[in-house]
Design a protein around this ligand. Structure first.
Ligand code: EPU
Length: 424
């Protein structure tokens, strides 16, 4: 087991480019089974979740070769395979293979994904949409069994704009007979990216990125050579790293319009933000001010940036409130930040923060991916040394995290976790 040792106090300065988007890559890796033709994905992030998803795809017959940051994928033969519960539970998007494999081979068995540290994460909207498209799905012994002759188009209203359900249904509908309309669809940039990928395969999709998406089903789809765009959460994390350490970080190769909610909050807090066609720079030369943050579906403030933002607000002047409306329990960072000297408490769906002048290094544990990023940000701004444990969580979604932070001047190392070893 390894942990991050961070010696706080360095002002992060410099330029970074971020790797391909985790959530786009994972959504596209559900869609690859739609076609027999070869697919090349470029700019794929080197993260644990992508490796797990690739392994899972192999169990359904996919042949996947890694070549640097490219994945060469051949789904010429896909069968209903066997996905074990542990792997399916490890990443939520395993479950999103159900619809596309069903559309391709007419049947599939896959364990239910289960909840996680940040919330219950049910799949009711996915199941409702697939049933409207003609899938017959049963749940027995924790395993979903689905069959269908040929799926057909349907009018699907999502009770809430779920990113995963939108991606799952949009992908599945590409091989259904007739037209599918998804209303109250999610509008996250990853939906638009997925639609662009599906478009390369030959799918016809209108309205991706709006709340109504129309998919015209096809009998067969072709291949693609697709570049995964930059990860907006990694980009946002590095911008916050510049601001929280009172340094100056420029992130290149991104779409600034995807970051407006985070950028506006940084400006409200008093950070200096500059942006160009494909870059943003966030700088701060003193203590920032507190603010209110409320997470919302895109284009609202992203839930994935809520925990890193709370770390920044922990050292801002005055009071802040961070309200989480997407997940029931995305608060694993709070007690750990308190160990570092933060003054914050949970009230209902909100975290109430009274900013302190300085955080102090401490031993802390990452409960989930974004909590882990939040703790690293706090540790870089803190006085003294911090040890962040359970960093497998961070490896799930941040490509070359410590290397990138080191290139900006952070003192961060991956070291053996002695405490953990002694405990065993
Ligand atoms: N929900 C339901 N029923 C459903 C589906 C979702 O109640 O059938 C609820 C969820 O429980 C959650 C809310 O709706 O409370 C939003 O879930 P959504 O489906 O939008 O999220 P997701 O597709 O499971 C993706 C990202 C998450 C990100 C959310 C919201 C991937 C692999 N994951 O999850 O990313 O937080 O969208 O933007 O794309 C992360 O990267 O750290 C992360 C958790």
């Amino acid at each position: 087991m390894t942990m991050f040792r961070i010696d706080g106090g360095s002002k992060l300065r410099g330029d970074v480019s971020v790797a391909g988007s985790k959530n786009s890559a994972l959504a596209i890796l559900s869609a690859v089974v739609l076609t027999e033709a070869p697919i090349t994905l470029r700019g794929v992030p080197n993260i644990a979740d992508v490796k797990i998803k690739s392994d899972l795809l192999r169990r359904f017959g996919a042949k996947i070769t890694e070549d640097d940051s490219n994945l060469l994928i051949d789904c010429g033969t896909i069968f209903d395979g066997h996905a074990d519960e542990e792997t399916v539970r490890a990443i939520r998007t395993s479950f999103y293979l159900l619809g596309p494999i069903l559309a391709r081979v007419g049947k599939i068995e896959i364990p239910a994904p289960g909840g996680c540290k940040i919330g219950l994460r049910p799949v009711d909207l996915h199941l409702k949409g697939l049933a409207l498209m003609g899938a017959k799905i049963t749940l027995e012994g924790g395993v979903y069994r689905a069959t269908a002759d040929r799926l057909h188009g349907a009018n699907v209203y999502l009770d809430s704009p779920s990113a995963g359900a939108t991606q799952h249904l949009m992908t599945t509908a590409c091989l259904a007979e007739g037209v599918t309309v998804i209303q109250n669809a999610a509008m996250e940039p990853e939906i638009t990216t997925l639609a662009r990928f599906l478009g390369q395969l030959g799918a016809r999709i209108e309205g991706a990125g709006t709340s109504t998406i129309t998919i015209y089903g096809q009998r067969k789809l072709g291949g693609a050579n697709f570049v995964i765009p930059a990860d907006r959460m990694q980009a946002g994390t590095y911008l916050l790293a510049g601001a929280i350490t009172r340094g100056s970080v420029r992130v290149n190769g991104i779409l600034p319009e995807e970051h407006t909610a985070v950028v506006n909050k940084l400006i409200e807090c008093g950070a200096d933000v500059e942006q160009g066609y494909d870059w943003i720079r966030a700088s701060a030369d003193g203590r920032l001010n507190g603010t209110r943050v409320k997470t919302m579906p895109h284009p609202g403030f992203p839930t994935d940036m809520q925990q890193p933002m709370a770390a920044l607000l922990a050292t801002a002047k005055g009071a802040s409130v961070v309200e989480e409306t997407i997940y029931e329990s995305r608060t694993g960072h709070v007690n750990e930040l308190v160990r570092m000297g933060a003054e914050m408490r949970i009230e209902g769906r909100s975290v109430i923060i009274n900013g302190v002048e300085k955080l102090k290094g401490a031993g802390v544990v990452a409960s989930d991916l974004r909590a882990g990023a939040a703790l690293c940000l706090a540790a870089m701004a803190a006085e003294g040394e911090s040890h962040i444990r359970n960093i497998e969580m961070i490896d799930r979604g941040y490509h070359c995290f410590e290397e990138t932070l080191r290139s900006l001047g952070a003192k961060i190392d991956r070291v053996a976790n002695q405490e953990r070893r002694l405990a065993h």
